[in-house]
Ligand binder design. Structure first.
Ligand code: NAP
Length: 280
């Protein structure tokens, strides 16, 4: 298993398992399958409504707590954001059946992120969380948060795939020692990604799947991944990305696929409105 060392020294698996859009009951089975097939990082969020399923799977797996890395995320807080963030952390701990969270992220760059971060720093210092980070922060929002506090996010989890490569964020991450973690590495199967001619040709040359090529490409760029699947064969396949290497020609060919196609544009006012309607 390949590990990244976060900017506070904590070690985190570079390949994990995501459970967005998986209901609580199905989550238990999917996470158990992932853990039995070698995954050691599970990515959930309060808003996904499946933290309890993750908790049940951890328990059922029998794997020692300190061998598993659990990420969960804080939903948008507005009034009394400091107190409500501390409350949300405790609620997630109860649902997960854990006494600490490995990585806790601000899920969206909206609401009162400053009070949220203040509370997260305090919970981190109190030992309830091993590392804190953010998600969906564009480079400008990230720099703003960093300049307001003395704890720099350890991770920024953002949409990253061959059609939306996030070079601006990648540069800021490198400058501040922040690990980039990709969500929708497989673009959720959109934009005809699995039949893209460049990706299918590279996959054929290595006798790998398109999904494995994409995950390996991200990995070779130093980006962590958390592909989601509820299919056991695909769960296994997505974890086996270390027995081949893409050459520089292949890396460059994938770099050319950038075209700005995004699943969710966090700078679109309509999208911001849409998220404001979501509640746990
Ligand atoms: P994703 O991992 O890009 O794609 C998942 C989709 O691809 C599913 O429909 C899955 O179908 C299919 N798939 C998985 N492996 C495959 C393979 N090897 N071959 C063919 N199809 C495959 O998308 P995602 O779930 O949006 O992102 C991954 C994780 O990132 C989420 O689960 C969540 O934990 C996190 N996330 C975070 C945010 C955020 O705002 N921070 C947003 C979205 C997601 P099957 O299940 O049928 O295999």
């Amino acid at each position: 298993m390949q590990l990244a060392t976060l900017n506070n020294g904590v070690q985190m698996p570079m390949v994990g398992f995501g459970v967005f859009q998986v209901n609580d009951g199905q989550t238990e089975q999917a996470v158990l399958t992932a853990l039995r097939n070698g995954y050691r990082l599970i990515d959930t969020a309060a808003i996904y409504g499946n933290e309890s399923g993750v908790g049940r799977a951890i328990k059922a797996s029998g794997i020692a707590r300190d061998e598993i890395f659990i990420t969960t995320k804080l939903w948008i807080q507005r009034e009394n954001a400091y107190d409500n963030t501390l409350k949300a952390i405790d609620e997630s701990l109860v649902k997960l059946g854990l006494d600490y969270i490995d990585l806790y992220l601000i899920h969206q760059p909206f609401g009162d992120v400053y009070q949220e971060w203040r509370a997260m720093v305090d919970a981190y210092r109190a030992g309830k969380i091993r590392a804190i980070g953010v998600s969906n922060f564009h480079a400008d929002r990230l720099v703003d948060l960093i300049t307001c506090f003395d704890v720099v996010p350890a991770v920024n989890q953002i949409e990253t795939h061959p059609f939306y490569q996030r070079e601006a964020e990648r540069q800021i991450h490198q400058e501040y020692g922040i690990l980039q973690q990709s969500w929708a590495s497989l673009a959720e199967g959109k934009f005809d990604i699995f039949t893209n001619p460049v990706l299918t040709a590279i996959a054929k040359a290595h006798k790998k799947s398109v999904a494995q090529v994409i995950l390996r490409w991200l990995n070779q760029r130093g980006i962590a991944v958390i592909p989601k699947s509820v299919n056991e064969n695909r769960i296994i396949e997505n974890h086996q990305i270390f027995n081949f290497t893409l050459n520089s020609e292949e890396m460059n060919a994938i770099a050319q696929l950038e075209n700005g196609s995004t699943i969710f544009n966090h700078r679109d006012p309509q999208m911001v409105k849409l998220l404001a309607e979501f509640h746990e």
